[in-house]
Design a protein around this ligand. Structure first.
Ligand code: LCS
Length: 396
């Protein structure tokens, strides 16, 4: 019998969520069902599985026990109706666009979303007659003004990548629903441990699993968790038929990584808070953005809608781009690489890396300045990270 997780704390849920499909051997680890297809008992059984009269696995693009265990587990963490695992975070983003937009419809999105989430809309979906407005969703008036009668999707990322600006999820749910639109929240930066958008009224929570949920910088993946059965059925139908699904081995790795999610998040956050305070007080730093700092313009919103402040910091060094490069080239512990949410610290330059594909005028309008450095804080010892930053800052 599986453990009843109702009312249990986040650490217990991270550890035990998701039913083990092995009812034969009693394995504690979840088996990898590395198969593309499943055998029917007879022709009638096959027909019943296809018609939905009987539950049963058919074909791995449509469902697989290892993938389903991961989907169940992450749904438990987000407290949603159902989860759908995807091949990558971008496959999840595109599934949202394909499901909620049609020729002649319009979406409103956060201007500082992950670069490709914006560019795939402006460069590719626009070819199919879909319109979009990317605005500063931290400012609710900009959201309200951007909504149109044909707006069917409000897509926000909070905290936003890489400006660490926050968007009020509950307020956006209200605005979206008043316009008959759905609210989708990219919850990647917080993970289900630190923010639960569905509880705040969002219709779908989205993650690039590549980041905190997997946490080991060795798998690319995504997931969508819905608040209601209706949204689950709509999205599942689009994803199953368009094929951006996860595979069983990928799901197994991600499930394994996820079992330490709350420990990693807690440690990363402790380090990030101290490092943000250290950087803010440093004479060679121009500014620091971290939701746990009192100087963050939305520190109160962070305390209200988040369960912690996360481990993503953005900062700018005095001396702009060249001084920023000195930091990137001289820190020894954070590796100079894109991505985030792994156990190890990573550092990168959004203007020339993750957000290079956004035209400069749009990038600057979204406050992604040329000197902005993004620091994904890992689980190393705080003293070592701080000493490393100190020696790099001394070179400026
Ligand atoms: N959403 C957010 C907030 C992201 O940061 C990313 C990737 C995605 C979606 C897409 O997920 P993927 O397909 O890569 O799994 N962000 C990256 C970043 O900041 N550096 O490298 C990738």
């Amino acid at each position: 019998m599986s453990l009843d997780l109702k009312g249990k704390g986040i650490n217990t849920r991270v550890t035990h969520a998701g039913k083990n499909p092995d009812t034969v051997h009693g394995s504690v680890g979840v088996p990898i069902y590395q198969t593309s297809t499943f055998k029917f008992r007879d022709a009638d059984h096959g027909a019943r599985c296809f018609s939905g009269e009987e539950k049963g696995y058919i074909y791995t693009r449509i469902g697989n026990p290892t993938i389903n265990t991961f989907e169940e587990a992450v749904t438990e963490l987000e407290q949603g109706f159902g989860g759908i695992a995807t091949a990558s975070g971008m496959a999840a983003v595109c599934a949202i666009y394909m499901t909620y937009l049609s020729a002649g419809s319009h979406m409103v999105g956060t201007d500082a979303v992950y670069g490709s989430s914006r560019m795939v809309m402006e460069n590719e979906f626009s070819r199919f007659g879909v319109e979009s407005s990317f605005v500063d969703t931290a400012d609710l008036d900009q959201v309200r003004n951007a909504m149109r009668p044909d707006t069917t999707l409000l897509f926000i990322e909070t905290p936003a990548n890489p400006t660490i600006k926050l968007t009020d999820i509950a307020a956006c749910a209200k605005i979206a629903h008043e316009h008959g639109a759905v609210l989708v929240v990219d919850n990647t930066f917080m993970s289900p441990v630190l923010q639960n958008p569905l509880k705040l009224g969002a219709d779908v929570s989205l993650h690039s699993i590549t980041k905190y949920i997997n946490g080991h910088t060795d798998v690319v993946g995504g997931v969508l968790i819905t608040r209601t059965e209706d949204e689950f059925v709509r999205l599942k139908s689009v994803i199953n038929s368009t094929g951006g699904t996860m595979d069983p081995h990928q799901s197994w790795l991600v499930l394994r990584g996820m079992r330490t999610l709350s420990l990693r998040v807690e440690r990363g956050e402790q380090n990030a808070q101290k490092l943000a305070e250290y950087l803010e007080a440093h004479p060679r730093i121009e500014w620091v953005r971290y939701p746990g700092l009192k100087s963050h313009p939305q520190h109160d919103l962070a305390k209200q809608q988040m369960l912690g402040f996360g481990s993503m910091i953005s900062f700018e060094v005095k001396g702009g781009v060249e001084a920023g490069k000195t930091i990137l080239n001289n820190v020894k512990i954070p590796q100079l690489a894109v991505s985030l949410g792994g156990y190890e610290s990573l550092i990168q330059h959004p203007a020339s890396m993750t957000h290079h594909n956004i035209p400069k005028d749009k990038r600057l309008a979204a406050d992604i300045t040329d000197g902005l450095v993004r620091f994904a804080v890992g689980t190393e010892d705080l003293a070592d990270l701080q000493a490393d930053l100190e020696q790099a800052l001394a070179l400026i």
